[in-house]
Design a protein around this ligand. Sequence first.
Ligand code: GLA
Length: 350
Amino acid sequence: MNIPERLLPAFRKYYGAGSDPALVIRAPGRVNLIGEHTDYNDGYVLPAAIDRAVYIAASRCVSPLASLTALDLGEGTSFRVTEVAKKVDAVGRPLKDWVRYPAGVAWALQERGLSVGGVDAVFSSTVPVGAGLSSSAAVEVAFAVLWRALGAWELDTMTLARTCQRAEVEYVGVNSGLMDQFASAHGRAGHALFFDCRTFEWQPVLLPPGVAIVVADTKVRRQLGRSKYNERVAECAESVRRLSEHLPGIRALRDVSSADFAKYARYLPDVVRRRAQHIVEECARVLKSVEWLRVGDTASFGAAMNDSHTSLRDLYEVSCPELNAMVEAAQSLDGCYGARLTGAGFGGCA
Ligand code: GLA
């Protein structure tokens, strides 16, 4: 584990009275290779964990107090794990934004009936924040793994990921799907993860030998992204409502075949039709991509990545000029199989 240099000295200084932490936990960020905005449509995704991660050094504490130091921010806080539902710190002030992720995880674990104890913890992240590489999911998964390690209970990794997603949706208040927490919790070296967001079935898919994933950060950070994200979630829901008048069996866009979509798309208003078209085609692209990876057809996989970007740019409209420039620059390079924006879009990484 590439533990950030400052982590252990900081723990010893703040909490250890000179001694080492009982545990060091690591949870990675993720890059999504294909299957964008499909997770909240019950579809398929193909993310991979990356070599940037959140690291926590921690020990159990006897009082029910979580005392946390965020090294990268140079800030500390403490909150009572038994009173997280109130969203205030130990002296009654509203929790700061960064605290809501670990506190949300403590809340969601307790909602499952699992006991969460006090901890002294220092943490640091090498995942850039707001870059579309799931820095918040990595924080959530790291704290869930920490409390699982300290608790006298068991929790399988998929349920752990789902508990973190619940923290994000119900405690932090962001309507995200399960992809990010899933990928951080299940990442495997040298593999992408083929995940069915409805059934929760997943399989590691070996990445082709001699191929590298290059993550390029536009450094564009868009706060606006969140409201636009929720707008897309709503547009997808509307398309399902309208299409289900003609296709009564469907529950999500994942259930709409390309043939059915071609038949009924004319019943959708223009914008909603384009959003739905992206999702229907993107789900099909993921299934094909997995097949191509399995037979070693990297060229076809790369072409699907390019198509995915075009669709996210023109149909789903979640790209931005900087991402388009980055993707076009990558696509023009010798040796590049394919390039696309990754994550929610509106900025972040290609
Ligand atoms: C964000 C969300 C994910 C997923 C992607 C888009 O990363 O957190 O759940 O919807 O956007 O694919």
